[in-house]
Design a protein around this ligand. Structure first.
Ligand code: NAI
Ligand code: MG
Length: 335
């Protein structure tokens, strides 16, 4: 969680990347600049174009910029996405991946009244991708669960609940089959829970959770889970509230945090000025909350809500015909 106090100025690393990453970033900064907070933007390069021009997709200078900033806004990379974003997460030891699942009006959300956060462990589990050579029988992958990393992510989820007025944390695992690794995860969950007596707890198997996300999505507040399960459930969550144009995310480390839309560089619409900037804007709102600028975050989010409710200025993915800039102007006018 953010340890930084509210400051007079923030240094923000801005990495627009490729394609619509640049377009939605410009639109978002336009609104951020109207909130009355002093941001110093330090631009970093990364992505396909950067690779073409400089020979590297993620220059060391960009990593330094992110390291030295209070937070980072990232747009999207193209084909180099894995080399860029995965490397940033590893270099900055970003252990928590946050994916909010929240329904907004006039989007393609399948439900109303959904508002929960998926807190996914991002450093171990199945995705250490420790696959030995093929064996005689096939292949073997190892799944690592450490007390240290799981306690850190579970504690993060409880602190998130406290700081964001959530009353319940749900642990998701498969401890009936993975008795040792997920048994440990579940055990740690209830140990950590004792430190947070005001927060209610429950735990579900991952397969059941996949169903509950559809049958009772409004019952969740904060979900905490291991790497692979979190990856799958967060995309299921994205499907529930509809559309890449409105899904933000955050990656949090001990001393660095990066906020990015879930979508990519969208080469099919890049350069046309019609990308939906809301996913990037909601990512910036997550950044504001991380910086404890909650009043500004509320104002920004309310302005987006107003634009969605009015439904006069929506981009093509939401059934409208507005441009990226027109939508950003509408949000700014509603601040
Ligand atoms: P994508 O997210 O770029 O696009 C998928 C579809 O959604 C496209 O039809 C696109 O036009 C639409 N879309 C996405 N964002 C939108 C927005 N804000 N407004 C309106 N429509 C939007 O995913 P795709 O096509 O699989 O990948 C394109 C490139 O992006 C690839 O090079 C891929 O490697 C990269 N990528 C990068 C990511 C990152 O930087 N974190 C994540 C996902 C993909
Ligand atoms: Mg994923």
């Amino acid at each position: 969680m953010s340890t930084s106090k509210t400051k007079d100025r923030y240094q923000i690393a801005v990495v627009p990347g490729d394609g619509i990453g640049c377009e939605v970033m410009d639109a978002t900064l336009m609104v951020l600049d109207s909130l009355g907070i002093d941001f110093d933007y330090v631009y970093g390069e990364a992505g396909d174009e950067c690779l073409e021009r400089t020979g590297v997709a993620l220059p060391d200078e960009t990593l330094d910029i992110i390291r030295n900033a209070d937070a980072c806004l990232f747009g999207a990379a193209g084909e180099t996405a894995a080399d860029v974003i995965v490397k940033i997460r590893q270099e900055m030891r970003m252990f928590a991946n946050l994916r909010p699942v929240k329904s907004y009006p006039n989007t393609n959300s399948l439900f109303e009244n959904i508002d929960f956060m998926i807190v996914r462990e991002n450093t171990e589990g199945m995705y250490i991708a420790d696959e030995e050579q093929y064996t005689d029988e096939g292949a073997v992958a190892r799944r690592i669960i450490t007390r240290k990393a799981e306690e850190r992510i579970i504690d993060y989820a409880f602190r998130y609940a406290v700081e964001n007025n959530r009353s319940k944390v749900t642990a998701v695992h498969k401890a009936n089959v993975l008795k040792k690794s997920d048994g440990l995860f579940k055990e740690i969950f209830y140990e950590v829970a004792e430190r947070y007596p005001d927060i209610a707890t429950e735990d579900f198997y991952v397969d059941a959770t996949a169903m509950y996300l559809i049958t009772q999505p409004e019952s969740f507040e904060v979900i905490v889970t291991t790497n692979l399960f979190g990856d799958i459930l967060s995309d299921e969550g994205a499907g529930l509230v509809g559309g890449l144009g409105v899904i933000p995310s955050a990656n949090i480390g001990e001393d660095a945090a990066l906020f990015e839309p879930v979508h990519g560089s969208a080469p099919d619409i890049a350069g046309e000025g019609i990308a939906n900037p809301i996913a990037m804007m909601l990512s910036a709102i997550m950044m504001l909350r991380y910086l404890n600028e909650n009043e500004a975050a509320d104002r920004f989010e309310a302005a987006i809500l107003k634009v969605l409710n009015d439904a006069n200025v929506l981009t093509g993915d939401l059934g409208g015909s507005a441009t990226t800039v027109e939508l950003a102007e509408a949000v700014r006018n509603n601040l």
